[in-house]
Design a protein around this ligand. Structure first.
Ligand SMILES: Nc1ncnc2c1ncn2[C@@H]1O[C@H](COP(=O)(O)OP(=O)(O)O)[C@@H](O)[C@H]1O
Ligand SMILES: [Mg+2]
Length: 383
């Protein structure tokens, strides 16, 4: 666990810190009083805060309550020299997990931390959503078209959020909706301390019952407000709320995108069958290797493919030294009509080859549950 220890007493800090470090916790030591809690919660987002200090003043509990209210994922344990029954009751009301004596026995701290850890493990026992990142090898490859339309198809069986991280020129929402965002990524970043499940949901536009899009900032100046740590916090929450979190990353590789790529379960660079795309795809693959990503994390997509193309699939496999290439065919009229109208292609033209390729792609990511046609089941049903 990531544990922040806050104490005005240097010796307490070091003693507690050493004890927890030997149990493989990541420990942050903060010298000071309870007024440091908010800053620590916002900048370090620990799983647990151990707060040591004077505990006779009930008004101090307001600082604690701020944390339990605004950062519900952070558990709080207080270490108090004097514990009146009234203080204990008020602490529990303020959402404190436990109150221990100060200085506390290492065994008491270990046991209390253990209780928080097992609760956290229980919470995380539910599988977290997967992050799928889409990048353009070259502008206009079709990464936004594919991410938005694949999201729409995936949402037939999963809950899906698409985050438009193409900060400066993001236009993902308009590909599948004529809705206007009331709120964008910049608004969440601006108010990041308010971030919780309902704020996130309220900031998105619902394209279909299970498919929401968090739109990119509406202008360049607002785009500057979005920082890597905001994206990190949004992703932390999003994977708890959605089965799949799709990212439209555009084509910039910078600190913000790298942070997002680190979190991705799969990265899909989108290219076309041409030499400039091949060159860029190779460059991207080199970047991913240097970032230490396993080869299996990256799956290239060749979009707008035509059988008459001068460069064949086999050529591309050889040139990129990869077996995995997903092909999406070219279908200029239908794709253009779908984008111009802001209607997903599967809704407009379900049998179009592009819709079918996307359906197959969605099925590969999210296979249908096995049909219950085992012999046992059939016998049972007949009986
Ligand atoms: N499979 C396809 N067939 C035909 N045209 C396509 C296809 N995919 C995308 N396009 C066209 O390519 C253009 C650029 O797509 P877009 O998703 O905006 O690219 P990117 O996000 O990679 O810059 C779209 O406006 C669309 O007209
Ligand atoms: Mg785009």
């Amino acid at each position: 666990m990531k544990i922040a220890i806050i104490s005005p007493n240097k010796i307490h800090l070091q003693d507690i810190g050493r004890g927890l470090e030997t149990q493989s916790h990541l420990v942050i030591l903060v010298e000071g009083g309870k007024n440091k809690m908010r800053q620590v919660a916002e900048s370090d987002a620990p799983d647990l805060m151990l707060v040591d200090g004077m505990c006779c003043d009930p008004s101090e509990l307001a600082l604690v309550e701020y944390i339990t209210l605004h950062h519900p994922m952070v558990a709080v344990i207080l270490l108090c020299a004097t514990q009146t029954p009234e203080f204990l009751i008020n602490s529990m009301r303020a959402g404190v997990r436990e109150v221990l004596p100060s200085p506390a026995l290492p065994s008491a701290i270990e046991a209390a931390v253990g209780r928080v850890a097992s609760k956290l493990a229980g919470l995380r026992g539910q599988p977290l959503g997967k992050v799928l990142a889409f990048m353009s090898c070259k502008g206009g490859s079709g990464s936004t078209f594919i991410a938005t339309n694949l999201g729409y198809q995936l949402a037939e069986s999963k809950s899906v959020l698409l985050i438009d991280l193409n900060l400066q020129f993001g236009d993902a929402l308009s590909f599948v909706s004529d809705g206007r965002p009331t709120s964008t990524l910049a608004d969440i970043s601006h108010d990041i301390t308010r971030l919780d499940a309902s704020f996130l949901a309220a900031s998105t536009v619902k394209v279909s019952p299970n498919f929401s899009i968090l739109a990119a900032p509406e202008d360049l100046s607002r785009a500057m407000e979005v920082k890597a740590e905001h994206v990190d916090a949004i992703l932390n929450l999003a994977v708890m709320q959605y089965d799949l979190v799709l990212l439209d990353l555009g084509r910039m590789v910078d600190t913000l995108t790298i942070k997002a790529l680190d979190r991705a379960y799969r990265i899909y660079p989108v290219m076309q069958a041409s030499l400039p795309h091949l060159r860029n795809a190779r460059k991207l693959l080199t970047v991913f290797r240097s970032l230490g990503y396993a080869a299996a994390k990256v799956e290239l997509i060749v979009n707008r493919f035509e059988k008459t193309s001068e460069i064949s699939i086999a050529d591309m496999r050889r040139s990129l030294n990869t077996e995995v290439l997903r092909i999406i065919p070219k279908s200029t009229n239908e794709v253009t009509a779908s984008i111009n109208r802001g209607i997903p292609i599967a809704e407009m033209a379900r049998t179009n080859p592009v819709s079918r390729a996307l359906a197959e792609f969605a099925l590969a990511i999210s296979p249908k549950p096995e049909e219950t046609t085992s012999i046992f089941n059939r016998l049972f049903r007949r009986a």
